[in-house]
Design a binder for this molecule. Structure first.
Ligand code: ZN
Ligand code: ZN
Length: 354
């Protein structure tokens, strides 16, 4: 049991169930009906042989094997057949997404958010790109943007986006990178690095709000890489409007909003990376269940729980005390210290706790 739970830590997207009651067919290899131990992923049952495969989908964790309809990116990441239709693998599609995103942002923020030099070269890159460019710092980046200023104030813009990501996430990154370009054109003074990143994240946040994607908005708010500046900026934008924020970027004098308000310079932080994903989960997530005879375990944000067990769960900026009240067929009932009442969490579902 201990070993089994350990395996589940590695592939938390999958859970185990007793096969006896149902007619399971493996979604990876097509084998079935399955007997014995069956792992059930968010996409359906997985046989024990496939569960032990070495390669996994970089988006959902499903095991992949040759000929199962999955694809491999140039840098060796796999994308399963279920995620493939929603993953962006070619540059032409990335360009379309970028074009849609910039149009939506200009609609949202006004004509002043258009670029004076509208040509933007958009490309996809693989993970290898960073080591080739000598920027390999072990961090996985989603996007990068640059503007070259040449004679007469002419700007040449370039954006590169990580391949093999889900469309909606790529759109959020496109909004972030587009905003960097706009800042490059419109802000002559140096901005505090976290503030600049937060302004770019605000665009992504507003885009996801306009598209009705609350989960993506929460993800942006929860990402620690602006060191909390995004939350402050979202509050400021709510109070004063996007026009105030953009005008401050363009015509303000300070490098951060605090410096503007209190005339006290912030300690300067350097941040050379763009769009780094959080190292720890930002939400409680039911990654998997292990139903094995009478014994049941739930894997919640990488921590395994028995029924009625209370354990600490480390999230990206804090630790919460979670009690697993019930383990059902494909969901759990949880209580979190400091939160009134219990709630259910389905497999693959995330719950943001304050
Ligand atoms: Zn299989
Ligand atoms: Zn997948």
């Amino acid at each position: 049991m201990r070993q089994l739970a350990l395996i589940l830590f590695l592939f938390a997207a999958v859970f185990v169930s007793a096969a006896a009651e149902t007619n399971y067919v493996c979604v990876v290899c097509g084998k079935g009906p399955l007997t014995g131990r069956v792992w059930i992923s968010k996409w359906g049952p997985v046989c024990d042989d496939c569960y032990r495969l070495e390669n996994h989908c970089s988006l959902c964790g499903l095991p992949v094997r040759a000929g199962d309809g999955s694809v491999k990116t140039g840098d060796g990441r796999f994308i399963c057949k279920f995620d493939k239709p929603n993953a962006v693998l070619d540059a032409a599609e990335a360009r379309e997404i970028f074009t849609d995103v910039r149009r939506e942002l200009v609609d949202l923020f006004g004509a002043g958010f258009a670029l004076n030099y509208p040509d933007v070269t958009v490309n996809l890159f693989d993970v290898d790109y960073w080591s080739e460019k000598g920027r390999g710092d072990g961090l996985h980046k989603f996007g990068f943007s640059s503007t070259r200023h040449s004679a007469g104030g002419v700007c040449t813009h370039e954006v590169v986006l990580l391949s093999g990501r889900l469309r909606e996430e790529l759109a959020a990154t496109a909004a972030h990178e587009y905003t960097h370009l706009w800042i490059n054109e419109n802000c002559a003074r140096p901005l505090d690095a976290d503030v600049a990143e937060a302004i770019c994240e605000l665009s992504a946040y507003k885009l996801m709000a306009a598209r009705g994607r609350p989960a993506q908005q929460q993800k942006i708010l929860g990402n620690p890489y602006t060191h909390g500046e995004i939350k402050k900026l979202v509050a400021l934008e709510k109070e004063r409007g996007i026009g105030y924020v953009l005008n401050w970027v363009k015509n303000g004098a300070a490098e951060s909003f605090e410096a503007a308000a209190f005339a006290a310079p912030l300690p300067r932080r350097t941040l050379a990376v763009t769009n780094v994903p959080p190292p720890l989960p930002e939400a409680l997530k039911l990654g998997g269940l292990l139903l094995d005879g009478q014994s049941r375990q739930a894997i919640i944000s990488g921590v395994s729980f028995a029924v009625d067990e209370t354990r600490p769960v480390r999230l990206q900026d804090r630790t919460v005390s979670v009690r697993c009240r019930e383990i059902r067929r494909a969901e759990v009932v949880l209580e979190v210290e400091g939160l009134a009442g219990a709630f259910t969490l389905k497999i693959g579902e995330e719950k943001f706790v304050p």
